[in-house]
Write a protein that binds this ligand. Structure first.
Ligand code: ADP
Length: 480
């Protein structure tokens, strides 16, 4: 037995275990890379952007209230907004003189009228959308600040200006804390990911390893190998499929053994006879024309038996190789059945067989005539071979709505239920077939292969002691 070769493509050099582990680790690294990027590098930008957006929203709320011309309401809005968002708010008239101010945070930088405010107001006047956003540092405390401003009312001759100021938390400190935390989490999770992926990879690969070991045994011809697919559904499916394949292979193996026994027996017998009778003609009957002819007849019939066996083997191997294409043509099924039955006439006259044909109305069918002929021929031949002592065979054509049913019935011993599944298998022959029954164990396999190729239904009904009826249905019928 040759050692099993494992063919490796560039991709398959890496084991499943390693791949699963690798993908898991890559996934973890990507997750952490994203976390680090967003938490550390973009945190400040995110934070400032968010603060600026909130500031603009707050200014819009105050500006809206200003335009309503209700002082009480306006002051309340300013107070609420300043309080909710921790802001300092300064509202001025068009000349920059304070109208109202409210400061919630301690280190406000806009609550006094000063040059800087005048600068800011100047900038608002000059800005395109009437809004400014700045992030200066508080001169006294050094803390980062957000200062925003907008005009109130129209661009030309606005009614006034609004300045707000909020403290920006020092992001560096936060980032430093997050960094430390992330570092610890990263280390813990990378170790965890490493261990979990190792465990997972092992769990996933284990059933496959187990199944591979059994498959190697099977490949070496051990049909007792057990496929254990515990673990997960896919492994179970694989194990079940291989168990099924094993069963089928062992069946084929057994049948092939039987075949070698049968075929070598079937080949050896005619060959021995051929040799014996040829020697007899050479040594004894060569000058006696009557004896010689008798011996030659035997040689011819044994040659026929051999030819039949070889032809059946060739036909089946061609059919099963998938190289055979159907060549459909139109013909009348009644006519064809009568024609085939006529071919058995010589045999039926000589040996007393009686083939009774019950035709139906002629129907034109469209299928591969040569192959269907072979099916009918094989079925009638089997019926003759296996029919009972009365030597009766019945062939029936039954037209149905969607096809033509062809039945071949005999009055033989019938087939046991558990054998019915086997008779269409290659090389299956019942143990008790007689030598005078010329057969190869391939006839029904050819029938099955041809009918499958045509996609026709077929089957057999059988009663022990009463006989069997083989049938198939031609569904390609020309519509009248
Ligand atoms: P062969 O007839 O050459 O042995 P087949 O493939 O035609 O091979 O048939 C396989 C087996 O099926 C036969 O050996 C026989 O046991 C069984 N069989 C086939 N036809 C009949 C039949 N009409 N009645 C009983 N048994 C049959």
């Amino acid at each position: 037995m040759k050692p099993i070769k494992h063919f490796k493509s560039a991709n398959s050099r890496i084991s499943l275990k390693f791949k699963i582990w690798l993908y898991f680790i890559i996934f973890t690294v990507i997750v952490f890379a994203l976390l680090w990027i967003f938490q550390i590098f973009f945190l400040e930008r995110f934070y400032k952007g968010m603060k600026a957006r909130t500031a603009v929203e707050s200014m819009n709320t105050i500006a809206e209230s200003f335009m309503n011309d209700n002082k009480e309401e306006f002051y309340r809005t300013v107070n609420d907004v300043a309080h909710d968002n921790e802001l300092c708010v300064l509202v001025t008239d068009r000349y920059g003189r304070q109208i109202y101010k409210r400061h919630v945070i301690g280190d406000c930088i806009i609550h006094n009228l000063n040059n800087e405010n005048a600068d800011l107001i100047e900038k608002i006047k000059n800005s395109e959308d009437g809004i400014i956003k700045k992030m200066p540092k508080n001169r006294n405390t050094g803390n980062p600040m957000l200062v925003c401003g907008m005009r109130l009312g129209p661009a030309i001759e606005p009614y006034g200006f609004l300045l707000i100021n909020s403290a920006l938390a020092p992001v560096e400190a936060t980032v430093a804390i997050i960094k430390r935390q992330l570092m610890i989490i990263t280390v813990i999770l990378v170790i965890l990911a490493f261990l979990i992926s190792l465990y997972l990879a092992r769990r996933i690969a284990k059933p496959i390893d187990r199944i591979t070991k059994s498959a190697e045994k099977l490949a070496k011809g051990d049909f007792t190998a057990k496929f254990d697919g515990r673990g997960y559904l896919e492994a179970k499916k694989l194990a079940d499929t291989l168990t099924y394949a094993e069963k089928e292979l062992s069946k084929v193996d057994m049948m092939q053994r039987d075949l070698i026994a049968n075929v070598s027996h079937d080949l050896r017998t005619p060959l021995t006879m051929l040799k014996a009778y040829a020697e007899m003609i050479r040594d004894l009957s060569g000058d006696n024309p009557v004896k010689r002819n008798e011996h030659l007849e035997i040689i011819i019939s044994e040659t026929d038996r051999l030819a039949l066996l070889v032809n059946d083997m060739l036909d089946l191997s061609k059919l099963e190789s998938g190289r055979q294409k159907l060549e459909p043509s139109e013909f009348g099924i009644s006519g064809k059945l009568s024609e085939i039955i006529d071919r058995f006439k010589g045999l039926s006259d000589k040996n007393g067989y009686h083939i009774q044909f019950t035709p139906d109305e002629e129907r034109i069918v469209c299928c591969d005539v040569v192959k269907i002929e072979q099916v009918i021929y094989n079925l009638i031949n089997n019926a003759i071979n296996y029919t009972g002592k009365d030597k009766n065979v019945f062939v029936r054509q039954i037209n149905t709505e969607d096809g033509v049913l062809v039945e071949v019935e005999d009055t033989g011993d019938g087939i046991e239920k558990d054998k019915i599944k086997l008779i269409f298998d290659k090389y299956y022959r019942s143990e008790n077939h007689k030598r005078e029954v010329v057969g190869t164990g391939l006839g029904l396999s050819i029938v099955k292969a041809v009918l499958k190729l045509h996609n026709y239904d077929y089957g057999v009904r059988s009663t022990i002691g009463k006989g069997s009826t083989f049938w198939f249905r031609i569904s390609d019928v020309k519509k009248q």
